[in-house]
Ligand binder design. Structure first.
Ligand SMILES: *Cc1c(COP(=O)(O)O)cnc(C)c1O
Length: 369
């Protein structure tokens, strides 16, 4: 039996164990403790922002950010139709409506040229998503937002460390959110973060994260808040992950280089990921597209890889085809390319031989299917 290659897996090779044991040994296991502050500070400094507010997952980070933006029932928020469903759900939790925009074929990120047509008098903001680790075109998006008086909240859940012209994602909008789920670039098991440069907004985020309790008057609640706090144990893992982030990002870049080499001779059959604009992408998932066929062919290729012991994932379904958000809008790029995309295994446990085995299996599958 050959080893199965997982599509993603966490790497906990630094001080994770030591810091978690420290939490247990000192009894600081809940949502107060030195690791929370240390993790928030390390993360803020990594992103080049003034504030980072830790939460219990990436979805609550998004919801918290939208609460802090005062999003209300009846409001509209522009999001890409290709994303993980949490982006749309967070808007819906506020009683607001996510309005979908088509994506760019080159990156699967929101197409800035298609945004303005979707802005109405109810539109309050835009949530660009840095999908699979490739930064969205923040320059164009921020220009539109500025012109139309909208806020921008980056959903950076999949792109820790990605950059545009030397600026890290998470630092290029009103505020930004991250996820630390087990398969993300930085993990705390479950966890999330909101980043911002705005002092007042940071205070508001902390207030709403902690059930709305007045920081200067215990058990006095001026607002209806949430319990979205992270535990010291999660933060202990997060801090250890931040200590090794530069080496993990370098390892991801090396992995992408191996893929580009191993898949180079399949370029007539597949599109490989590339950097569009002056960006540094971080390859949360090494995502390829078949040049021909539909989802039936793509799924057959994925089945073949699975038979060879290689786990893959299809690109996310567009939001506009999912039952809670179904609509018949015109999203030609999303409709076509979401059927042709495959996430190949992308994690730090992979060797060059694994990548060659994956490329081999994919080459065989494309010949047959
Ligand atoms: C993972 C993810 C989230 C949500 O994060 P959780 O920690 O799983 O709640 C939000 N948006 C995107 C784009 C994601 O990939």
């Amino acid at each position: 039996m050959i080893d199965r290659i997982a599509v993603a897996q966490p790497v906990l090779s630094g001080n994770e164990r030591k810091y978690v044991l420290d939490c247990l040994d000192t009894n600081w296991i809940s949502s107060v403790g030195k690791y929370i502050t240390a993790f928030e500070e390390a993360f803020a400094s990594f992103c080049g922002v003034k504030h980072a507010i830790a939460t219990n997952n990436g979805t609550t980070a998004l919801h918290l950010a939208l609460v802090a933006m005062d999003l209300k029932p009846g409001d509209e928020v522009i999001i890409p139709t290709v994303t993980y469903i949490a982006t749309a759900n967070a808007v819906r939790y506020c009683g607001a409506t996510p309005v979908f925009v088509d994506v760019q074929a080159s990156t699967m990120n929101i197409d800035p040229a298609a945004i303005e047509a979707k802005i109405t008098s109810k539109t309050k903001g835009i949530i660009p998503v840095h999908l699979y680790g490739h930064p969205a075109d923040m320059l164009s998006i921020n220009a539109i937002a500025h012109k139309r008086g909208l806020w921008v909240v980056e959903d950076a859940a999949e792109a820790h460390g990605a950059e545009i012209a030397g600026h890290k994602v998470g630092s290029m909008s009103t505020c930004a959110t991250f996820s630390f789920f087990g398969n993300k670039i930085v993990t705390t098991g479950e966890g999330g973060m909101v980043t911002t440069n705005d002092d007042e907004l940071a205070q508001k985020l902390r207030l709403f994260r902690g059930q709305g309790m007045d920081p200067n008057r215990r058990y006095w609640f001026p607002v209806v808040g949430y319990n979205y706090r992270m535990t010291n144990i999660q933060a202990a893992i997060g801090l250890a992950q931040m200590e090794t982030i530069e080496t993990s990002l370098a390892a991801r870049a090396r992995l992408a280089g191996w893929y580009a080499e191993a898949l180079g001779n399949l370029r007539d059959e597949i599109v490989l990921p590339k950097d569009v604009g002056s960006v540094k992408q971080v390859y949360w998932m090494y995502n390829i597209f078949l040049r021909q066929g539909d989802a039936v062919r793509r799924d057959a290729v994925m089945r073949q890889l699975s038979d060879d012991g290689i786990e893959t994932r299809p690109v996310f379904y567009p939001m506009h085809v999912l039952p809670p958000y179904r609509e018949d809008g015109f999203y030609p790029v999303a409709d076509l390319w979401a059927q042709r995309g495959i996430n190949l295994p992308t994690h730090l446990g992979l060797t060059r031989e694994d990548i060659e085995r994956i490329a081999d299996s994919l080459g065989q599958a494309l010949k047959k299917i």
